[in-house]
Design a protein around this ligand. Structure first.
Ligand SMILES: Cc1cc2nc3c(=O)[nH]c(=O)nc-3n(C[C@H](O)[C@H](O)[C@H](O)COP(=O)(O)OP(=O)(O)OC[C@H]3O[C@@H](n4cnc5c(N)ncnc54)[C@H](O)[C@@H]3O)c2cc1C
Length: 520
């Protein structure tokens, strides 16, 4: 096997976290950094760069496109989109941009043992990464990632916010440092003024493409991590050619895996780090018996309810999913347990096949469970790195029934909002689930067959206290049981964020680089 490159740091995956880590580490001209990305570059691809085209990327050649295992209580037709292009999912997502509520981060530290990740240590990193159009000291104004408010130009969306107010959900400005438990508005998005997404690639990598100590190798897929006899991670074995030949990329200091919540546990397991019994099933000898790898898969399950529009819907949009509504289903919560997105597009991808009505001129609300309790797994299908791993989110399997209870409440809350006077000029017939679906049981049955995801898988290689055997990473993101190997991406989250996670994943990349630079 040929060693084709040698770097101090090798980052595996040029996505939301990986691009940030590589950019920050290579600020030091004394170190060399190699960034490996399985997909192609984004620099010349309008379909990737123009934010309002993001839905074209689902199930396209830029999507790893993971089917899910047969679900006991969920929609087995669902697919998990995962971008395969520089910038990762930040290059094909809808760029809804949120700081995590401080309670989420404080819980990571206090409940899950992720010392140093509380809001007092991490809010400064959100500030560092952003260039927010909002004024004030709370925000950063010279970071790489541009955040802006979606202009409130969609008249149906404006009416919806009026209806929210009539239903007791006030307009609020997001990302101002106060946790929004009950409130709605047009989102902030990470987008530049000219409509280009401010993905991690656009934000962190495009400005430094000619940096001499940073080498970006696209179309380069990692298949295994190499270790020496002292369990130091010394290299990444990759395939970057049409003949399937393996090349070796040496890491003189560290390897940082940032391949996302599905591919990171896959690569760890292919490298012998994972649950021993499962590895044995596919013929891999365990280097580290780490039972938490591929476990604890969390997500935001999402339902949909849609109405025919009485007036023509918008024909252009910032990104078609422009409004967020937070509304708690019970009193006394410190964070909302229910969120909804508003879509100004037909969204029948899971309802049409089930026989529900559809319309070209419609809008929808998509309630999601912000802290779903069901947990799934990512497992190897075989020891072949080319085989898609088995993704089993086990939606709606939590024994208390919390997730379905919140989802049913979400459908009812959506109906309550749309029934307000302010929506009377817009809301026509309810297309799905429709007026015949009324009882909790009927709504739950509908959800089970038609739900989607907000595409936020997390937690499959989570960080936690050094002595917690179910957390494969320590709070410095180091993989327990080996040396010179870290993970940073959504898989490292101890628990899902209440809100859309992408900006938090970038923040994690910032913190990882900071810890490495500080010798932690
Ligand atoms: C369709 C969609 C819409 C979304 N919308 C939003 C939104 O509006 N707002 C929000 O906050 N969040 C959104 N998300 C979620 C958010 O984008 C992700 O949580 C986040 O990008 C995850 O970052 P990551 O670094 O963990 O992984 P990624 O950004 O996916 O990066 C992983 C990278 O590693 C590469 N890779 C994988 N395996 C290998 C390998 N073996 N070798 C080399 N490279 C490899 C991948 O190709 C990819 O580029 C959305 C996600 C999707 C899929």
């Amino acid at each position: 096997m040929k060693t084709t490159h040698s770097f101090d740091y090798v980052v595996v995956g040029g996505g939301s976290a990986g691009a940030a880590v590589a950019a920050r580490l290579s600020e030091d001209p004394e170190v060399t950094v190699g960034l490996l990305e399985a997909g192609p570059t984004d620099t010349d691809k309008d379909v990737v760069l123009e934010l309002n085209r993001w839905m074209e990327l689902l199930e396209s050649g830029y999507d790893w496109d993971y089917p899910i295992e047969e679900q006991e209580n969920g929609n087995s037709y669902m697919r998990h989109a995962r971008a395969k292009v520089l910038g990762g999912c930040s290059s094909h997502n809808s760029c809804i941009a949120f700081w995590a509520p401080r309670e989420d981060l404080d819980e990571w530290e206090e409940k899950h043992g992720a010392a140093g990740w509380g809001s007092k240590d991490t809010f400064g990193l959100y500030k560092k990464l952003e260039n927010n159009e909002l004024p004030g000291d709370h925000h950063g104004h010279d970071g790489p990632v541009r955040l802006m408010n979606v202009p409130p130009v969609d008249p149906c969306g404006v009416a919806l916010l009026d209806a929210c107010e009539q239903a007791g959900i006030p307009r609020v400005q997001f990302n101002e440092g106060q946790t929004v438990i009950n409130g709605a508005n047009f989102f902030q998005v990470n987008r530049k003024d000219d409509g280009t997404r401010s993905s991690s690639s656009v934000s962190y990598l495009h400005p430094i493409l000619d940096r001499e100590n940073l080498t970006i190798l696209t179309d380069t897929q990692a298949k295994e991590l190499e270790f020496d006899e002292d369990d130091n991670c010394t290299a990444v074995l990759v395939v970057n050619n049409a003949f399937g030949k393996t090349n070796r990329i040496e890491a003189k200091k560290e390897v940082i895996v940032s391949s996302g919540a599905i591919n990171t546990p896959q690569l760890l397991m292919l490298s012998g780090i994972g649950p021993k019994a499962h590895l044995a099933e596919v013929g891999i000898e365990a280097r580290v018996d780490s039972p938490g790898v591929g476990e604890h898969l969390g997500d935001h399950p999402e339902g949909v309810i849609s109405w025919e529009a009485k007036k023509p819907m918008v024909e252009d949009s910032t990104q078609w999913w422009e409004i967020g509504i937070f509304s708690p289903t019970e009193d006394g919560l410190d964070r909302p347990d229910l969120m909804m997105h508003y879509g100004s597009v037909p969204f029948d991808m899971h309802t049409l096949r089930q026989g529900y009505k559809t319309s070209e001129n419609s809008f929808c609300l998509t309630p999601n469970v912000t802290h779903a309790k069901s947990r799934g797994t990512v497992r190897l299908r075989s020891k072949d790195f080319r085989d898609k791993p088995k993704v089993d989110p086990r939606y709606f399997t939590d024994p208390e029934g919390h997730d379905m209870r919140v989802m049913v409440a979400g459908i009812k809350k959506a109906r309550e909002i749309i029934a307000q006077d302010a929506m009377s000029e817009w809301a026509g017939e309810e297309l799905f689930p429709g007026k015949d679906v009324q009882t909790d049981e009927q709504i739950a049955d509908y959800i089970t067959r038609t739900h989607n995801t907000v595409y936020h898988p997390v937690g499959t290689a989570r960080m936690g206290a050094p002595d917690d055997e179910m957390s494969p990473l320590d709070p410095q993101l180091r993989v327990k049981g080996v040396n010179r190997l870290r993970v940073v991406d959504a898989s490292a989250m101890p628990e899902i964020t209440t809100v859309n996670p992408n900006i938090t994943v970038m923040m994690m990349g910032e913190k990882c680089a900071e810890m490495i630079k500080n010798g932690q």
